[in-house]
Structure formats: C-alpha cells, structure tokens
Design a protein. Structure first.
Length: 311
C-alpha cells in the first residue's frame, strides 16, 4: 500500500451517524482519493415469503434495494459536498463481510473503512461477527473506526511482534511498519512502535520446578528466585535486540518506541491512552485471524481506530 487512491466505505443502515464516512472523507482529502459508498442489503422476510413467485421476488428485491438507494444517496451528497470524488454501490447479499470483500477485491480498492458502534446497554464498543470476519479475511487493509474517536490522526502506532513467536512475523512486521509510516506520512502524524512481551510468572516458574521432581522447588538454584531474575534479564535483552533489529532501518524518535513487559491485552490499551494514539495498526494472517490470540481480547477496550493489514 504505497498510496491510497480508492477507498471503499461500508455504511450501516441501522445508524444515523456514520463514522466510516467521516473517516473516509478525511482520508480521501489527505490522499486525494476517491470514495465508494457501499451497502450490502438483505431481507429474510422477502426471501422466505410464500406469496412471491420468482418474478415477484425479483421485483420485491429491486423495490427494497431502491428504498435503500434513496437513503444511500443522502450520504453520497454529504461526500460530494465535502469536495470528494464519490460514487455508490448497493448489492443484495449476505453475509456482509463477504460482500465487502468481493467489492474490495473486484474493484481493486486500497482501503476499506467500516464503522463499529457502542452496545446500547453496556456502553462498550463491541465488534460484530462481520467485523471479526473482515479482520480475519480481508485481503485489503481495513480500518474499523469508532464514533467517539478523534476525527483526525495525529499519532499512529504499529503493534509488532519481533520475537517471531508466530509463523508470519518475519513477513508481517515489516509490512505493519511500512503501512504505519505511510499512513502517518499521508496525514502528517507521528509514528509510534510498540511490542509487549510476557514472561513466565514467578508462581508458574516455581510450579514448573516442583513438577520436575523433589528438590526442584522454589528454593532450588535451577528454578529459584536468582535464576528467575536472570531469566527475566535475558528475556528483556533478547526482546530488546529483536525490537531494535526490526526498526534498525528506520530512524524512529526514541520517545516513540515502546518496548513493554506485560500482557498485550493489559499493556496496549494503556499505551494507546498514554500516547494519545488515534490509529493502532496490527497484523492478520489470511483465513487464520489476528496474530496472537491475546490481541483479540483487547480490541473492544482500545479507544482508537484499528487498522488491520495481512500477509
């Protein structure tokens, strides 16, 4: 993704506020890109109705799509009034994520943007099944944006895993870094890089010693406190080396580098908040999902937009 020229914006017909459109207009202006406003519709009641023959069903589908076209045109006007080159596309299809993927691939789009919304009862951002499937299957970089996040990107953070615990880290980390820098450069934002590593907890360390047999408990040299301290020091040194090697070719400001000990689901949300991050860029592997199951636990709790890139 060396440049963003075509952006596909998925709209949500159940909402009046469309964060994806707002973000699409913002990025289109920054990159001099065009927008396609996209809507996938489906009505189970029409399909299962016993009163329609095939011709009547086709007519009913067209009528339903036409009502949605009028709704979509009102947002198309918003984009055009903002001075952004825009068109729209509406299809009868389900599930939504498959329709978005097909349109993104067939139309050679550079970026897909989709809104996420707060759950009305628990006041929490919840990713829908379609959100998760998009993160797992989209071949095109995708941004999931939230209504209560900043309208502009001033700080972009790349979340990498240079420890190579996962099969795709060697390919994926350089791509995450490159995309993060490109997006940040396009919107005149700062680029941050983060890596969280989680050591074995001391209690587990001692339990392992106990499990190895008599005389291998907490007081034993092999699994005791002294050796645990050496293990922590070595783990930190190894992660520092991997981290520094991964960013060696880019001159990132030191204050924008974040190597933290701890579980990602606990550390990343704090890093996002402390550094006023507007966009968190993470990696996926096509058809296998987000790299690192712990990452999936934090998406609902991170108060910024999320961008997923894949290998």
């Amino acid at each position: 993704m060396t440049s963003i020229k075509k952006i596909l914006v998925d709209l949500d017909p159940t909402k009046d506020k469309q964060p994806a459109l707002e973000r699409g207009i913002y990025l289109a202006k920054k990159y001099d890109a065009s927008l396609t406003l996209f809507l996938a519709v489906y009505n189970r009641g029409l399909v299962t109705s016993l009163f329609f023959d095939s011709e009547q069903l086709d007519a009913a589908k067209k009528g339903f799509v036409n009502t949605k076209k009028r709704w979509l045109k009102s947002y198309l006007q918003v984009a055009e009034d903002s001075g952004v080159s825009s068109d729209m596309k509406i299809v009868w299809a389900k599930p939504i994520y498959e329709a978005i993927n097909k349109q993104a691939n067939d139309g050679n789009y550079d970026l897909v943007i989709k809104s996420t919304h707060k759950h009305p009862t628990i006041n929490k951002i919840l990713f829908t099944p379609n959100d998760w499937q998009l993160l797992k299957t989209s071949k095109v970089p995708i941004i999931l944006t939230k209504a209560d996040t900043s309208s502009e990107y001033t700080n972009v953070m790349a979340a990498i895993d240079p420890s190579n615990r996962h099969d795709h880290s060697l390919e994926l980390d350089p791509k995450i870094l490159r995309v993060s820098r490109e997006v940040a450069a396009g919107v005149d934002a700062k680029t941050h890089v983060a890596h969280c590593y989680d050591p074995i907890a001391y209690q587990l360390w001692t339990d392992i010693g106990v499990g190895m047999g008599t005389g291998m408990g907490p007081a034993d040299f092999t699994m005791g406190q002294d050796n645990y301290d050496r293990y922590i020091d070595q783990l930190k040194a190894d992660n520092e080396k991997h981290f520094n090697d991964s960013i060696d070719s880019v001159n990132f400001p030191k204050e924008n580098l974040h190597l933290e000990e701890g579980y990602p689901e606990q550390v990343l949300p704090s890093l996002v908040e402390a550094n006023d991050i507007d966009l968190l860029v993470m990696g996926t592997s096509y058809h296998s999902g987000l790299i690192g199951s712990t990452i999936e636990k934090i998406l609902d709790d991170i108060n910024c937009d999320v961008m997923a890139v894949q290998v």
